[in-house]
Design a protein around this ligand. Structure first.
Ligand SMILES: [Ca+2]
Length: 232
């Protein structure tokens, strides 16, 4: 005989279905709740695996002081604090890349210098506009709350204007901070607040226009990030 499924029957009101029709109604109700659609008959917009959301455990890495051991790069370099520190770029826990690297410096280790915690370093792009440094956190996702950036070990070409961007696909980038202010100072950390509420895998630090020496070289000595970290 014809039968119409009723997907409006809340299981709380019918806790123990006494027949197959009631059981089907309750299953239809549950499907509708999961898909968020107006009816159990409407196909979800995303796959079942995407509907299934694994609870994410976040760990907060808070800035305390410049050069501290509370940041993301230190956390990844120590395998979440379980072992002694090794450079996380060299170990593959994360990956640094640059728009270009200035010849004359030791370009083979320039990327690793971004996260090496060394107090004096030189990291520089070529003298072309829009130079950037990219960070791929691999399996980690970060809600960027703070960062510190170290002025390079040289007296000139310090940046004063850059953008901090986040992405999860390296195609669509969201600007998290437009930092336009005092130029970095040689071998001195600068602390910045970002307070992003979205978790990203990729971060880009990109110079805007010229540096304090009216050149396009994008030069720093190091970086450290802070915020809420989770793992995919
Ligand atoms: Ca460094």
């Amino acid at each position: 005989m014809p039968y119409t499924v009723n997907d409006d029957l809340d299981p709380n009101n019918l806790p123990n279905p006494t027949n197959i029709i009631k059981a089907i109604n309750l299953l239809a109700y549950q499907i509708k709740q999961i898909t968020g659609k107006e009816s159990w008959l409407v196909k979800p917009d995303i796959s079942i695996s995407q509907l299934y959301v694994v609870p994410v455990q976040e760990h907060t890495l808070s800035y305390v002081s410049d050069g501290d051991t509370n940041g993301v790069f230190y956390y990844l370099g120590t395998s979440k604090g379980t072992q002694g520190w090794i450079n996380p770029h060299n170990s593959g826990a994360l990956e640094i890349s640059m728009s270009s690297k200035l010849a004359g410096f030791d370009t083979t280790i320039m990327e690793s210098r971004v996260v090496d915690r060394h107090p004096t370093d030189q990291i520089a792009t070529n003298n072309v506009p829009d130079g950037y440094i990219d960070i791929d956190l691999k399996t980690a996702r970060l809600k960027l709350k703070d960062y510190t950036v170290l002025g390079r070990n040289w007296s000139d070409n310090h940046p004063f204007h850059w953008l901090v961007k986040g992405s999860n696909d390296q195609t669509m980038w969201t600007t998290l901070q437009d930092r336009n202010g005092a130029a970095l100072i040689q071998n001195t950390w600068d602390h910045e607040d970002v307070n992003s509420s979205t978790a990203y895998r990729y971060f880009r630090f990109q110079q805007v226009g010229i540096n304090a020496s009216s050149q396009y070289y994008f030069c720093i000595g190091g970086l450290e990030l802070y915020g809420d970290i989770s793992f995919s």
